[in-house]
Design a protein around this ligand. Sequence first.
Ligand SMILES: [Mn+2]
Length: 263
Amino acid sequence: MALYARGGCPVVFDTGSYLDTNTETAPHPSRRRLTLLHTSDLHLGSDSFADSAFRGFELVLETATAMRVDGMLIVGDIFDSSRSPLDTVARAFRRLGELDCPVFLLPGNHDTLLTGTYGTVHGVPAPPPNAHLLREADGEMAVSEELGLSVWGRPVYNHDPSFRPLEGVRPRPSGGWYIVMAHGLVMDDHVGSFRSSPITHEELHQVDCDYVALGHVHVFRDVTHGGPSAFYSGAPSGSHYATTALVTLDPASGVTVERIALA
Ligand SMILES: [Mn+2]
């Protein structure tokens, strides 16, 4: 559990078995309007485009600050590989720690530095206090009581066809907003069953939450399939279509998602 004070109100991140007890004894406040910046696939520390990757990250941070968002969602592949330089990791975490809002961080298939899938990397800096890294292999919930927001995600430990990013999604908490993060490939009909980390249209239809924040595909895309709004944010660097997504949760008008071009 980590505590982060913002505006005098503690934000409590709960993990694993803590959660059910906590939500029953401390119900969320009623929903209020929230804006969240959704990003993914930053690939910091890449061998091939390290400088532009970090510039893309900085553009996302500038956008978050300029828009005074209430929180940030980073849906996988923040780092490029287990070989991403640790000083890049430290710099990235320091910059995230300077944000005046909670950050929800889900490891993607490239984040083996964070999951230790290929062996523990020694000396990896800790995420800043305002960030919650969703590391539990079976999925993990983080709760910001100040925002009235719960965020669930299942990190990628084994990027293969048997891994289902939306398997075991926690039921919707009793109050507040609920966002599910998933790093994987939404399967269109023409895509074969051999693809890794698949997400089906049926899963997107069935999931009971307010917004599904996706990562892995580097292009902004609406993949809503009859259920909650579901979008890929696009990557903030590495193409001519560098984007991020601004998500607004509004009690009156519902969920809206805007594509923000960064290039
Ligand atoms: Mn990926």
